[in-house]
Design a protein around this ligand. Structure first.
Ligand SMILES: [Zn+2]
Length: 249
C-alpha cells in the first residue's frame, strides 16, 4: 500500500518509482535473510512512491515477486513446498503469526536428529505477503486458489516504524514491508528485520525531503496533535470510498 505520485511516469525511475532526480535505488541495502518470502503485489503498487513492493524488490534476496494479473489464472502456484506457509491476511479465523512461529520452532526442536530417529524433513517456513489496498487484497486472496488451504495470520505486534505518511498507519495499520520485517524478527532474523525497517524509514524520510519537509518536525507535529496533520489523505479517502463501495456490493 502506498501513495500515488503526480510525477509523470516517463520522468520516474522504474526501480524506486521516484522521480529520476530523486532516485534512491543505489542507497537501498540488500537484506540477506533466510526466510522464504512470497510477495504478491497489485501492479498499481508499482506506481506509488511509498510502495512497499519497490523496496521488497530492491532489498529482499530470498523473495519470489508475483504480480497479480486479475484475469484467468491470476497467479500460478510457485514451485515451493507450502506445508509451513503463512499468509499475512487479517481475516476471520486468522491466527497470530507469533503463535504459528512458536509452534514451528517447537516442531523444529522435536525434530533434532538422534541415532534412533534421523531427522525428518520439515518444510522451511514461507511467509506470504500481499501488497495492495485492503479491498484488492481481499479479492486477490479469494481468487488465488492455492492460497485457499494456507493458514492466514495476523500480527499481535504494533507498527515498528512510525509511518508518518498515512493516517491509517498512525492509528492502527502497518505497511506490508513492516509486517514482513516483523515476520523476519519473529523467526529470529533480528538484524535483517532491522535493516529492512531502516530501508523503509529511509524511503519515507526521503519522500518527505522531496517535498521539502524535514521528518523530525513532522514527528513532533504528529505526536503533539490529536488529529495528525497529513501530507495527503487523498489515497485514504479513495480507499475508504472503495471500501464503502465494496460493502454495498
Ligand atoms: Zn530509483
Amino acid at each position: 500500500m502506498g501513495q500515488r505520485s503526480l510525477v509523470p511516469i516517463e520522468r520516474r525511475c522504474s526501480g524506486c518509482a521516484l522521480s529520476k532526480a530523486w532516485c534512491i535505488c543505489d542507497q537501498m541495502p540488500k537484506v540477506d535473510h533466510q526466510l522464504k518470502i512470497i510477495w504478491i503485489y497489485h501492479p498499481l503498487e508499482l506506481l506509488k512512491t511509498t510502495s512497499s513492493t519497490v523496496i521488497a524488490r530492491r532489498c529482499l534476496n530470498h523473495v519470489q515477486l508475483l504480480q497479480w494479473e486479475g484475469r484467468g489464472d491470476p497467479i500460478p502456484k510457485p514451485n515451493l513446498d507450502l506445508s509451513n506457509a503463512w499468509v499475512l491476511m487479517p481475516e476471520e479465523g486468522a491466527t497470530p503469526l507469533e503463535d504459528e512461529i512458536e509452534k514451528f520452532k517447537n516442531l523444529q526442536n522435536q525434530n533434532h536428529p538422534t541415532q534412533n530417529h534421523p531427522t525428518q524433513n520439515l518444510a522451511p517456513p514461507v511467509l506470504i505477503a500481499i501488497d495492495a489496498t485492503w479491498r484488492q487484497a481481499r479479492r486477490m486472496v479469494k481468487k488465488i486458489e492455492w492460497l485457499q488451504p494456507l493458514k492466514k495470520v495476523i500480527l499481535l505486534q504494533s507498527n515498528p516504524n512510525p509511518n508518518i505518511l498515512r493516517r491509517q498507519h498512525l492509528e492502527e495499520g502497518m505497511s506490508t514491508l513492516d509486517a514482513v520485517a516483523i515476520g523476519l524478527r519473529l523467526i529470529g532474523e533480528t538484524q535483517e528485520a532491522q535493516t529492512l525497517l531502516d530501508a523503509r524509514l529511509f524511503q519515507m524520510k526521503h519522500i518527505l525531503k522531496t517535498r521539502g519537509i524535514v521528518i523530525e518536525q513532522r514527528v513532533e507535529q504528529v505526536q503533539s496533535s490529536t488529529r495528525p496533520w497529513l501530507i495527503s489523505d487523498e489515497q485514504d479517502q479513495q480507499d475508504q470510498q472503495d471500501e464503502q463501495g465494496d460493502e454495498l456490493k
